[in-house]
Design a protein. Structure first.
Length: 98
């Protein structure tokens, strides 16, 4: 199984509205991209200096499935939205072996 985690810091302008907008857009991907097996979006409540505003946890069966997801047109639309309202992001992808 492949795990894909992304964390986002949002720009201050309309921050709370944009966090909710991105959360909804990301959650909508589950029904549109078959390779995406699991997706969880969390909004930070900590608000420490080190914290990011929103995180995405998603899983895929294979690395190739992650590549399909990354290039999928519906995902790319959400990426464009995210880039327009965020100031920073971090990502980690790893394989879980059973």
């Amino acid at each position: 199984m492949i795990v894909h985690i992304v964390m986002f810091k949002f720009k201050q302008e309309k921050k709370q509205d944009n966090i909710l907008l991105v959360k909804e857009a990301l959650e909508g991907l589950v029904k549109k991209i078959p390779e995406l097996k699991c997706l969880e979006v969390g909004i930070d409540f900590n608000q420490s200096e080190r914290a990011f505003d929103l995180s995405l946890y998603s899983t895929f069966n294979t690395k190739d499935d992650l590549k399909v997801y990354a290039a999928h047109p519906v995902h790319l639309e959400v990426v464009a939205l995210i880039k327009s309202v965020t100031s920073e992001s971090k990502v980690v992808d790893y394989e879980v072996r059973s």
